[in-house]
Write a protein that binds this ligand. Structure first.
Ligand SMILES: CC(C)(COP(=O)(O)OP(=O)(O)OC[C@H]1O[C@@H](n2cnc3c(N)ncnc32)[C@H](O)[C@@H]1OP(=O)(O)O)[C@@H](O)C(=O)NCCC(=O)NCCS
Length: 168
């Protein structure tokens, strides 16, 4: 006899190579929309994430929703784990400390502004603080609302550094 039980059980797991495809799909879905309107393909997103994942000092987490359990003849089987978000980056050596470059954070569009990004960031910060890493930096959109998300979560404008570009 098969009985389907639905419930929501959120969990934050270490991002492994098995998550790369799902994270790439999520990245395409999120960053090809407002406010970024970028043009990611699955392949370019997968390559970006593969590169981040293979950088020394990589740390990443996924936020999953385990939605359904199937009960088959009194045995519980897990059915379907949905990826709702991820966070990824790597630590780098500085002169006398290690810092962390937060490369990507992304939450599925229909689940944004429900606290998932905050939970992912908090989990990352807690993990990094046990690794003796006490500075996180990131690049984000200059104007727009995203800054609010980061300042709400403890980030400040850098008093010393700016981003410079040269088109070649
Ligand atoms: C940015 C992002 C990771 C935040 O995660 P989230 O789960 O949506 O955020 P939380 O629910 O934890 O926090 C939301 C709070 O952040 C602030 N915020 C401001 N602008 C925001 C925005 N565009 N999106 C989400 N939060 C925003 C608000 O204060 C908001 O609280 P409110 O909904 O009560 O106003 C997620 O929205 C996302 O994936 N956005 C698209 C991809 C992206 O921009 N990634 C960052 C690249 S640098």
């Amino acid at each position: 006899m098969v009985i389907e039980k639905s419930f929501v059980s959120e969990e934050i797991l270490t991002l492994t190579s098995e998550h790369l495809d799902a994270c790439a799909n999520l990245l395409v879905q999120v960053f090809n929309k407002e406010p970024w309107n970028e043009s990611w393909s699955f392949d370019s997103a997968r390559t970006l994430l593969w590169e981040i994942f293979h950088t020394p000092g990589f740390v990443g987490f996924v936020f999953c929703d385990r939605k359904k359990l199937l009960q088959v003849d009194s045995k519980m089987l897990q059915a379907g784990q949905e990826l709702l978000g991820f966070i990824a980056g790597y630590s780098e050596q500085s002169c006398n400390y290690r810092r962390f470059f937060l490369r990507e954070i992304c939450v599925r569009s229909d689940r944004q502004r429900q606290g998932i990004g905050k939970k992912l960031l908090r989990h990352l910060v807690e993990t990094l603080s046990t690794m003796d890493i006490n500075l996180i930096y990131l690049l984000t959109m200059k104007d727009g609302e995203l800054k609010k998300f980061y300042t709400k979560n403890g980030f400040l404008d850098s008093p010393h550094m700016m981003l410079m570009l040269q088109q070649i």
